[in-house]
Design a protein around this ligand. Structure first.
Ligand code: UDP
Ligand code: BGC
Ligand code: MN
Length: 352
């Protein structure tokens, strides 16, 4: 027993120490080696586990999915301006052919990722309308936000550079949850759409703050049917994660959002609220459309995974069973919402 060597008792005082010491050292080395080996096995096990999990996710991902062919997209566009947009009789209507028919859909301009060297030309409270023509589309872009300032600083200049080239009338709303409670994306979207309705926007785009569009042909307007826009995200190898996915970036008519009773107010934390929103389409006889992935690539800014909402499947089942009329835009809880204007965005500060 090697431990004997560390436990000298009186009657062992004459024992030759050397072989025991050697044995003791060997024993310690064995323990260290065993510990290291276990660590190595654990690390290998964790790596294999992660690879298997990723492969499982990619099994459901698709690159080819039903979509509106590029040449037919124009016929699907929902042409509607906000009555608040001031039109100039002397100017022609804007033309969108160049964007839609761009044969080189890759990003072909340098979008600044720094807020400091960005010019806010033409922007008032995050709103923009082209000078040289009358826009045919008015779009409210609604960004749910909490504690992602690093992303917002990149998102704002990038998006304005991207959008100002599209000759559309748009306004960017940042809906910020300003309390310490768990993030609730659904409530923020509902508050955001209500605000956009005050400004009479006929079309809304619900937009994650960490997604940046990469294709110039990705026109930020509504189609007649709700349209999922963030299909090919670099994080997911530019593949659609699953066919029912509606999260990320989605464009729909304001009246469709109202008919669907908006987003659920019941999801706190990560996951499920967008799947619940997807389930609200069918009862309104709406189907989700998409454009070709070559027109709808995005890059996602890095961030750690948010805390999962372990109740998400239960709430989804519950809402599916009870119908969506009891939970949504019409039952928005009494939250405090303060609107304030900044050059690059309209801020709606929300306290749940
Ligand atoms: N978000 C936020 N703060 C949070 C969690 C989410 O601002 O603490 C917003 C943000 O717009 C983000 C979006 O909700 O892009 C989606 O959340 P997240 O990026 O965590 O989910 P993912 O789509 O990456 O799984
Ligand atoms: C979640 C959604 C999320 C999607 C893509 C689903 O499992 O429920 O909320 O958008 O995964 O990450
Ligand atoms: Mn994200």
């Amino acid at each position: 027993m090697p431990l004997v060597c560390c436990n000298f008792s009186e009657n062992r005082i004459n024992i030759n120490l050397y072989p025991r010491l050697k044995l003791c050292i060997e024993y310690i080395i064995t323990i260290i080696c065993w510990g290291l080996q276990t660590r190595v096995y654990t690390i290998i096990f964790l790596i294999l586990g992660r690879v298997a999990w990723k492969q499982k996710q990619y099994r459901y991902s698709v690159y080819v999915y039903p979509h509106i062919p590029a040449e037919l997209l124009e016929a699907h566009l929902y042409i509607q301006r906000s009555p608040k947009l001031v039109l100039h009789q002397s100017k022609p209507d804007c033309i969108y052919d160049e964007i839609l028919n761009n044969t080189d859909p890759r990003l072909n301009w340098e979008a600044s990722k720094k807020i400091d060297d960005f010019s806010a030309n033409g922007l008032v409270n995050g709103s923009y309308a082209p000078e040289h023509c009358n826009a045919l589309f008015s779009v409210a872009i609604i960004v749910p936000f909490k504690n992602r300032h690093r992303h917002l600083d990149i998102f704002l200049p990038y998006m304005h550079n991207f959008l100002r080239k599209q000759d559309i009338h748009y306004r960017l709303y940042v809906i910020e949850q300003q309390d310490e409670k768990i993030f609730n994306k659904g409530i923020l979207f509902n508050v955001g759409v209500k605000t956009a309705m005050l400004h009479k926007f006929p079309c809304i785009i619900l937009h994650d703050v960490d997604l940046l569009p990469l294709n110039t042909t990705n026109l930020y307007v509504c189609t007649n049917e709700p349209r999922h826009m963030s299909i090919g995200i670099d994080k997911y190898r530019f593949m659609l994660q699953y066919e029912d996915l509606i999260g990320g970036v989605v464009a729909l008519k304001t009246e469709q959002y109202v008919a669907m009773n908006g987003y659920s107010n019941r999801f706190h934390g990560w996951g499920g609220e967008d799947d619940d929103f997807y389930h609200r389409l069918a009862p309104q006889k709406l189907t989700l459309v998409r454009s070709h992935v070559e027109m709808t690539r995005y890059t996602m800014l890095g961030h750690p995974q948010e805390r999962l909402n372990s109740n998400r499947y239960k709430i989804m089942r519950d809402n599916n069973k009870r119908g969506f009329i009891r939970d949504g835009l019409s039952t928005l809880p009494n939250v405090s919402a303060r609107i304030s204007n900044h050059p690059l965005f309209t801020l709606v500060g929300v306290q749940l």
